[in-house]
Each structure stands twice: as structure tokens, then as C-alpha cells.
Design a protein around this ligand. Sequence first.
Ligand code: UDP
Length: 518
Amino acid sequence: MSSQGQAAAPLARGDADDGAGGGTKAAAHFVFVPLNERGHLIPAVDTALLLATHGAVCTIVGPPSTTSKVRQTVESAQQSGLPVRLVDFPLDYAAAGLPEGADYADRIEGTYMMNYYRAVGLLRAPIERYLRAHDPYPTCIIADIFNPWTTELAAGLGVPRLSFFSICAFTILCQHNLERFNAYDGVEDPNAPVVVPGIERKVVVTRAQAPGFLRGIPIPDWVELADYIERARAEADGVVMNTVLEMEPEYVAGYAEARGMNVWTVGPVSLYHHGAATLASRGDSAPAIGAAECLRWLDGKEPGSVVYVSFGSIAQAGPKQLLELALGLEASGHPFIWVVRNAGGYDEAVRGSLAELEARVAGRGLLVRGWAPQAAILSHAAVGGFVSHCGWNSTLEAIAAGLPLVTWPHFTDQFLNEKMAVEVLGIGVSVGVKEPLTFQASNKETLVGRGVVEKAVRDIMGGGEEAERRRQRARELAAKARAAVQEGGSSHANLLDLVKRFGKGAAAAPSDKSSAAS
Ligand code: UDP
């Protein structure tokens, strides 16, 4: 562990100094510049750990609010001998016009959002200074798409830069095609159906559901940032994507071709974690419930009987919706683990109703008020299905665990991810939400009634031919996903290829930018 101005942690595996003062013999040194939203941060760190497992040195940089979320994970990787560093760079609040201490993007008022991104962008110079001063010299930057300023960081260091996406190729290609073929031109109604152009499958979306990448976000000056991000994406030397090639080969190839750059599929990156110990602290070193307690609770349940319910790290149900969901879960009759984000933020009446529900379903339903060790829960044999908001990480974690999904998208890429789960992969049952919610708790009328929740849960968890076929498809996908990260698999090969191509002495940028890697 190190922070700016402090000594870097000693590196382990593969880091013997070459004695020439030029750094280490390790072929590749990837510098990860993640975003602090957990849906971006967690898979980026998993990817860094996977690359380190394959012989690269990895340095993860960010403000303290970012690094603190993954410190425990990185420290445990260091203890197991992986050459990975985590380096803090404090934000300059005043220079960016940001209120002191406002350094969690997920907690900042919309009006300060651009100041936050400005503050993060100001880290370029100190990060570059740090990287120049500490061996080994970087060989490649892997940057979250929300950090477009890394184009200048990479240029300053004279190294290539890859974009990191924890989004599937299907979704990213649909978004790209909707934009590049101007699919919404002349379509006034944001809820009018539009067919995604440029792909063989007929996929129908609306502008409200799929406005294009980072488009339609109601934050002042957002368009400027979205355009900057788009330029950075177009100029990248390639893409590292948390998906499985065999699951969506045509979309991986389609996106690589559309962008004219290599796409390295490396997922599911959550499979980096093997033991409950490292899974437990993934994304938060202080979860609301310990993995051991969750797993003990699950041990007492029949295989495949428990439904896991979570809407990720950002989405939050409005109070009415929360109670309908509660009643639907209760009525389904299935055991459940339900993660209620920001449970303390609801008013007393709602909190009281939740406590009453908890008493009624004691032993059958477990409420987690805060952060849950999700990947550990999903991999337990007692879990048989997942009610999800279709964040891509959650979707892929369900796939890796061989689970069918109840799909309940809220916003951003989630509507397209739902289509991936339901229409492309055939492992999901939709609750039928058609319009996105805002990011914050919504006071809108209930969107999904208790009866719909109950039926959808029964559909994925129950018997019947269709449910069995869905489960079978989920199991087959899990086998593909697991094979991909094992030796000889596509993700495994792509990780090795990255280490080789972006190692010391390798060409500064891949010369062939026209096809999908692997
Ligand atoms: N997650 C978790 N515990 C929680 C909520 C979320 O471990 O209580 C993890 C989840 O496993 C996934 C990530 O946080 O890796 C959420 O990412 P996703 O893309 O699914 O959704 P987002 O939070 O970005 O909406």
C-alpha cells in the first residue's frame, strides 16, 4: 500500500529489478485509473489482480475515497504475493470548486458532479510525477471511460491507453449503433419503439431506455463531459471488456469493427476470487453482514431454493415500491436474501413495515441493510435465482454462478443488459419496467406491483418446462464463463496477450487495430 509521496509497497512475483536502473524485469506494468463508483471500481480491480496473476505489475491509482473501498482486497492480494500497488492521490477541492471532503461521486449533488470530475482530472500531474519517480516505468494505462483526461496522462508518459468497460459488447454496440446511425432522428416521443440499427437480431428500444452512451443524463454541463469521453474512447488503443467472448462473439467482433480497435474480453473477472475470504470484502471492507453469517444462513437452506434480491450500488427503490417488493417476496413463498440499500434513509413508517416483514418471514427471509458480500452469496449452492437491476457486473456474476434472473432495470445501460439476459441469452424473466427511474429514491407511483414480483420470482424459481430450460441455459452459460477464465480459455488467453503486447519493449500500441483479440 502506498500513497503519493510515500514509499511504494515492495513488489513481489515477477518484479526482480534488472539492475539497469530501468525498472523490473516484469514484462508489463499496467496503471489502472478506475472510477470510484463500485460498479466500475470492483471489476477494474479484479482485472488488475488477474493481470498480476499472469505476470504483470499493476498499480491502481485514485483519490482516497476510491482506494479505501478496495484496500482490503488489494492487501490480501499483496499478501498472496501478487505485484500490485494501490496509490492514493488526494483531491484538490478548492482548485476544482468542490466542497471540502466531497469526494464520493455517488454522494455528490448533481450540481457539483462536474467539479468532482474536474478534481479527479487534476490528479493527472501528480499521478504522472509519481509514475516517473517509481520503478517500474509504466507500459500501459487502463482507464475507466469516465477518466478521459488519461489520454493526456498516457501521452505524457509515452505509453498506450486502453479503455476499461464493465459493460457487455451487446449493450455497448447497441448504444454505439443507435448513435452513429442517428436512430432517434425525427422520433419525438422518448417512449416510441425504435429498432437498433446495424445488428442482425431485432432489438427494439426507446430513447428513454437507451439514449446512447452517457446521453440524456440530467446533470448541468454533462454533454461536454460526454463528448470528451466519446473522443477519448474513439482515440483509445483498445478496449478491455468484462465479458465472455463465447457468450456474444458477434457483438464483440461488431464493436471491434465499428471502432476499428482491438477488444480484449477478460471476464467474468469476479472469478479471480476463489475463497470466501477475498470474496467477502469485495467492494467494501465493512459489509453490513459478514460473509460467514450469510453463508451459514444459506447452509441451512435447500439447494437452489433461495432467491437473492439486490439493485446494485446506486439504484434505490422509492418507499412505495420498496413495500410492494417486500410483499411480493413474502407472497412468493421462497426463501430470500434481500439487500436494502440505504435502509436508514426511509421514514419511520417504512422502516417499521420492513421490521414487521422481517418478523413475519423470520428464518425464511434475510434482510441486509447495507453492503452484502454478493459474489459470495451468488456462488452458494442454496441460491437458485437473482432479482436484479441488471447492472452488468451483477448480470455477469449471475451468469458465472449459473443463475436465472428476474430482470428489473432502473437506468443507464440496464435496459439493454436486460435485453441481453432475456432476449439474447434466454436466462431472464422481465418484470416489465419500460421507463427509467432517476438515480435517487423516486416518489413516483409504484411501478411494479407485488403480484408481478411474486409471479416473476415463482417463474424463475419454480418448476415447469420453461423454468427448467432457463436454468439449463444458465448452467451452460456458467460452464462457458468458467472455461473462459481457465487455461486455454478465451479470457485467459486475452489476459496473457495483454501482458505480452503491452510489456516492456513491446510496440507502443498494437499495430493491428482492426479485430477482436482472441
Ligand atoms: N455489490 C456487492 N454488494 C452489494 C451491492 C453490490 O458486492 O450489496 C457488487 C456487485 O457484486 C457488483 C457491483 O457491486 O460487482 C455492482 O455493480 P453492477 O454493475 O451490478 O451495478 P451498479 O452498482 O453499477 O448499478
